[in-house]
Design a protein around this ligand. Structure first.
Ligand code: HEC
Length: 293
């Protein structure tokens, strides 16, 4: 029994810890919680300490037990036996009360007089769990009737629309966090000001040295014209930024430097140069690109 309660205690602590960690996980909107290995590590450590604690205490008790005098041993055994007998008594009592039936040796009091060819009837009370459950349904029916038939709070169609609207909010939220999941085949031109602003600052920090702040080009190509060596359009530009230019030309791959979202932002910003007139444009290179999307 000692072991069982130890295991139970460990399980309860583990479960509470797990639920707590999960709860934190759901309250954080960004960055997948699973990535926080250190929290899970801490969780494992706490459980480990807990289990070893239980084992040590058990061992200690056994050693101490050996040091007791025979009399004390006997008293201790009696105490343990009593505790064991009373263990979970509240569960047993609650269960009995919820069932509400009479013990077999008390059934004599509630047996009815009539006797149909040897078949007799026990007048057990309805179990309380059933009776209160039934009252619950009555209460539910009244509340339901008033809310939806008298006050007409909302009908099923409205309920559906509310659910769809809520789901849409969830999807939008997810899309925001999922922006970072783009690659060259899924990337879309970003048009929101916040994204283009982010793209501009990335460009100024990383790219302007070679391409000029206005995209006119220098060491790097002119990004304002419609001619592209490595292909125009968001997908090609994203790919060029991720994988770099032709070898030996000086355009490195940025995929280790910049997050996917940052590459999408700077690619979108680069494409916003299209049609602008830089101060000192470099000659156009490559082929004319016409967007087919
Ligand atoms: C060290 C200089 C240098 C830096 C920094 C640099 N580039 Fe380049 N970039 C180049 C060169 C050189 C080329 C031409 C590569 C080729 O022809 O293969 C190029 C080509 C490109 C092209 C393709 C142009 C075409 O015609 O297809 C794009 C798009 C581009 N760069 C964007 C960027 C962005 C965005 C950044 C910043 C994240 C950046 N570059 C940083 C030098 C640079």
């Amino acid at each position: 029994m000692k072991t069982t309660s130890s295991i139970l205690r460990v399980l309860v602590v583990a479960l509470i810890g797990y639920l707590f960690l999960n709860w934190i996980g759901t309250t954080k909107e960004t960055s997948a919680f699973e990535e926080r290995y250190w929290l899970w590590g801490l969780y494992g450590f706490v459980i480990f300490v807990h289990i070893s604690g239980e084992i040590c205490i058990g061992a200690l008790q056994r050693i101490l037990y050996q040091t007791l005098s025979p009399e004390s041993k006997k008293r201790y055994d009696e105490k343990v036996a009593l505790k064991k007998a009373n263990q979970f008594s509240w569960i047993k009592n609650t269960y009995k009360a919820a069932l509400g039936s009479k013990a077999i040796d008390e059934e004599f009091d509630i047996i009815l007089d009539h006797n149909y060819d040897g078949i007799r009837e026990l007048d057990n009370k309805l179990p309380p769990w059933w009776v209160y459950g039934f009252y619950g349904t009555i209460l539910f029916a009244i509340v339901y009737l008033v809310r939806f038939e008298v006050l007409n709070e909302y009908n099923q169609i409205e309920e559906y629309e509310i659910a769809v609207a809520e789901a849409k909010i969830e999807v939008d939220k997810w899309k925001k966090t999922a922006k970072n999941l783009v690659d060259a085949s899924t990337v879309k031109l970003l048009t929101e000001t916040s994204d283009l602003e982010a793209g501009r600052s990335i460009f100024t920090t990383n790219c302007a040295v070679c391409h000029k702040a206005d995209g006119g080009g220098g060491i790097g190509s002119n990004l304002t014209d419609q001619y592209w060596v490595l292909g125009g359009g968001i997908k090609n530009v994203f790919n060029t930024i991720s994988e770099g230019g032709r070898s030996g030309k000086g355009m490195i791959a940025w995929k280790n430097e910049l997050e996917p979202l940052e590459r999408a932002q700077v690619a979108s910003y680069v494409l916003s140069f299209q049609g602008s007139t830089p101060a000192e444009p470099k000659d156009a290179e490559g082929e004319l690109w016409v967007d087919s999307e």
